[in-house]
Design a protein around this ligand. Structure first.
Ligand code: FAD
Length: 481
């Protein structure tokens, strides 16, 4: 029997509930040392996700403190940090919950082998998704490429019930030193936008559990009718908490399944949507290049504009295209760090089709600005809209932002809420945009709202012409979408 401490390595699982690594560590009865390592993968995060991570770590640190623990922060390559902590504390085990994106997997594999070579126990657990991506396969044993059969297969799986949270953590006799979270300055790239974001986010495990409970009781029944209306708060807004693991998908699944059992008619639409998150994880697990390369390789030859520096792309980033639905979407992201799903589809479609721009330019812009950034969901979303991804919307189906507005924002609640220049009496949200945007953009609520940078019919015709010539050249079936 050893009494040596266990290093519990937190990553994107900033919670005490339903934390399999934590529970396994507790079962040993040995002291636990919770750690978080700022390695190259953390350094590479975009401005808003990095800022949001800092908020999440602060909340986790408080949560651990409530149960007698501490969060030890260290920077550097993971093995260097772990070796130092092992030497300082006498720890003989490291435990963590698995991540499934290619960069984290490659790192974790090396870490596991290196720890084993040092005679240190290394154990990893599941919990990022409803089921681990390798647990689910088609009848032929291959990865799914289409969502609906994936969803059917997922419903056949046993989704483990969430684990409870501990009320007390066994502490080591001596705590190792921790770096100071403030010294990491994870929000530095946000500059003045950080103060604006702070007004709009709800951070930490307790807030996520409250939000799930509110949504379950007050929002779920209307979810199928309201989830597509960006001007009304009809969705769970749990994506940032899910992305950082402040709540687990299994907690959401079981809470909403209980509602389904009680006859709540909104439950199945929500569960299906939650399953898209698993589908994205499944796709990325089986194709690590999803964020970087067209899933259908022939689409690499599509005649995209590949420059992020054209005046049209700048107008898209600034929310100044002259197309209200698109501009409202881009401004919502600047202020809140999130964007309604329908708005994401319209903003992405406008960039890739009306502006004929490579989806990766938009994908990377979102990766800088979304507090709910998730490499898998972001890549899948962009490739789906652009027409080059698995189970994608065909390229020739071009969202018309005007008809989308008539359908999903008929009273203009969403567009008026976000675009100051369109209103004699702008909403507080619309004015906040100008606090959040870079000063160098020189934008003011007194500016005239711009004319469209590209006429909608003209943009559509240009996109369709590009598509036709691409299809004729590539001649492949998949180019038909
Ligand atoms: C171009 C594009 C980029 C996107 N980038 C991201 C991203 O970086 N991070 C991210 O979490 N989601 C992304 N999405 C998916 C989706 O827009 C968000 O998950 C959703 O808007 C979050 O709001 P919510 O929590 O209120 O969702 P709800 O409708 O309440 O759904 C509950 C949960 O299900 C999951 N979910 C719902 N819809 C989707 C979807 N289409 N794909 C994957 N998961 C889904 C999310 O985890 C969400 O929190 C993207 C979609 C598009 C079209």
């Amino acid at each position: 029997m050893t009494h040596a401490p266990i290093l519990l390595w937190f990553r994107r699982d900033l919670r005490l509930h339903d934390n399999a690594a934590l529970q396994a560590a507790l079962q040993t009865g040995r002291p636990l040392i919770p750690i978080f390592i700022r390695d190259g993968l953390i350094e590479n995060l975009g401005a808003a996700p990095s800022w949001r991570l800092g908020q999440g770590l602060d909340a986790l640190s408080g949560r651990l403190g409530d149960v007698g623990g501490r969060l030890v922060l260290r920077s550097g390559p993971v093995m260097t940090v772990l070796k130092a902590l092992i030497a300082e504390t006498g720890a003989t085990s490291v435990m963590w919950n698995r991540l499934h994106d290619p960069a984290a997997r490659a790192r974790d594999e090396v870490v596991k082998q290196s720890l084993k070579a040092l005679g240190i126990e290394a154990r990893s657990f599941s919990g990022q998704y409803l089921v681990d991506p390798w647990q689910i396969a088609t009848g032929a044993g291959t990865p799914f490429r289409v969502f609906t059969p994936f969803w059917r297969a997922l419903q056949q799986q046993e989704i483990p019930a969430p684990l409870s949270a501990p009320t007390r953590l066994p502490a080591p006799e001596v705590w190792p030193e921790s770096e100071a979270l403030e010294a990491w300055a994870l929000g530095r790239a946000m500059q003045r936008g950080a103060a604006v974001l702070e007004r709009h986010v709800r951070v930490g495990e307790a807030a996520a559990l409250d939000r799930l409970s509110e949504f379950r009781h007050d929002g779920l029944a209307a979810y199928p009718d309201r989830r597509d209306i960006p001007g009304a708060p009809g969705t769970s807004r749990l994506s940032a908490a899910l992305s950082l693991g402040e709540i687990s998908p299994r907690q959401c699944w079981h809470a909403i399944m209980a509602e389904e059992a009680a006859g709540n008619s909104g439950a199945s639409a929500f569960l299906r949507q939650l399953a898209w998150r698993d589908f994205a994880g499944h796709l990325l697990f089986h194709d690590g290049a999803l964020p970087d390369r067209c899933w259908r390789p022939e689409w690499e030859d599509f005649p995209w504009n590949r420059s992020g520096d054209t005046p049209e792309v700048l107008a898209w980033k600034q929310g100044r295209t002259g197309v209200p639905f698109v501009d409202a979407a881009m401004r919502e992201m600047q202020v809140t760090g999130t964007m309604h799903n329908r708005a994401r589809m319209i903003a992405a479609s406008y960039l890739t089709k009306h502006l004929l721009t490579d989806w990766r330019i938009g994908e990377r812009w979102f990766a800088e600005h979304l507090v709910d950034f998730d490499a898998a969901s972001n890549a899948m979303g962009w490739q789906w809209v652009a027409g080059c991804g698995p189970d994608a919307s065909p390229y020739f189906r071009i969202f018309n932002p005007e008809t989308q507005k008539q359908k999903f924002d008929p009273q203009g609640q969403y567009t008026t809420a976000w675009i100051a220049e369109m209103s004699p009496d702008p909403s507080p949200l619309a004015l906040e945009v100008f606090e959040a945007l870079p000063r160098s953009w020189n934008m003011s609520p007194e500016d005239a709202y711009p004319d469209p940078v590209v006429g909608l019919p003209e943009g559509r015709a240009r996109a369709l012409a590009a598509y036709e010539s691409f299809r004729d050249r590539s001649g492949s079936d998949s180019a038909a979408g």
